[in-house]
Design a protein around this ligand. Structure first.
Ligand SMILES: NC(=O)c1ccc[n+]([C@@H]2O[C@H](COP(=O)([O-])OP(=O)(O)OC[C@H]3O[C@@H](n4cnc5c(N)ncnc54)[C@H](OP(=O)(O)O)[C@@H]3O)[C@@H](O)[C@H]2O)c1
Length: 248
């Protein structure tokens, strides 16, 4: 007797996807790719004018919403207003891609007065995705095939050098991804922590250890995100590590 064939994957397409940090860098490349794929993109940006050129040919599938990752739940630039505006426009949310983030060179033995920057890095890199995921959660669960993709970093898996503030924020973000995976599993929500090393964006502009062309390109990361969003729940990887250099 042959085994029953597997059930067809019930992956919504097109999806309604929130992309934070869509103004530039990795988030911008992902927003452009998802629009090209035919998805509905809700772009969260601090300055809507910065994305004037985005989606010029896809006005029906693009929503641009003011979003400040450090803003609280009820702030007009905070996560709740963004999620509500998206649900009002398209009736739900199927996925969130967390790209907004800041880099910091503040180290363990930081100068007096730099604690403020540490708090800011934690607020944007960790609490921003936490608040936004929480706001979108009921709609992700209602989707039945919700997805959360978070730009963590290799810096969320190992500490290199002395970048304590950034590394701590990313280790904590990876923990948040694990908590979200556990919380969402029974509702069909799948979480992927994307962990690249250097990506050729403004954030890596000061890096001289590796030529920019040898870094991971944001468009290649966007192609991976496009693929990850196409996968059924049973095939979604929890962690997606991307190295542009050998780390033995
Ligand atoms: N580039 C790398 O080598 C690399 C490697 C691993 C992981 N990552 C992670 O990938 C994510 C994207 O990085 P990227 O390389 O694209 O950086 P980027 O080019 O510097 O862009 C950062 C993005 O985050 C947004 N952003 C920063 N602070 C924000 C805030 N308070 N509220 C809302 N948006 C804010 C920026 O918006 P504005 O335009 O308004 O400033 C911009 O869209 C980050 O989480 C980063 O840590 C990057």
């Amino acid at each position: 007797m042959t085994a029953a064939p597997p059930q067809p994957a019930n992956v919504p397409s097109p999806r309604t996807v929130l992309v934070s940090g869509a103004s530039r860098g990795i988030g911008r490349a992902i927003a452009e790719r998802l629009l090209a794929d035919g998805h509905r993109v809700s772009a969260g940006v601090r300055d809507p004018a910065s994305v004037a050129a985005l989606g010029a040919e896809e006005p029906d599938r693009l929503l641009i919403q003011p979003y400040e990752a450090g803003a609280g739940d009820d702030d007009p630039r905070g996560p709740r207003a963004w999620v509500e505006a998206t649900a009002e426009r398209w009736g739900g949310v199927d996925a969130v891609v967390h790209c907004a983030g800041v880099f910091s060179r503040v180290g363990l033995l930081h100068a007096d007065g730099e604690e403020e920057e540490i708090a800011r890095v934690l607020d944007v890199n960790l609490m921003g995705p936490w608040r936004l995921s929480r706001a979108a959660w009921p709609l992700l669960a209602a989707s039945g095939e919700g997805r959360v993709l978070t730009l963590v970093s290799m810096s969320g898996k190992r500490m290199k050098g002395r970048l304590a503030a950034y590394g701590v924020s990313k280790f904590a973000l990876l923990a948040l991804c694990q908590a979200m995976r556990n919380e969402g599993w029974d509702d069909g929500i799948r979480v992927t922590a994307i962990c690249p090393s250097w990506v050729n964006t403004d954030m890596a502009a000061a890096v001289t250890a590796i030529p920019r062309q040898a870094m991971t390109q944001p468009q290649d990361l966007a192609a991976s995100v496009s693929h990850l969003l196409s996968l059924p729940a049973a095939a979604v990887p929890f962690e997606f590590s991307v190295n542009c250099q050998l780390e033995a």
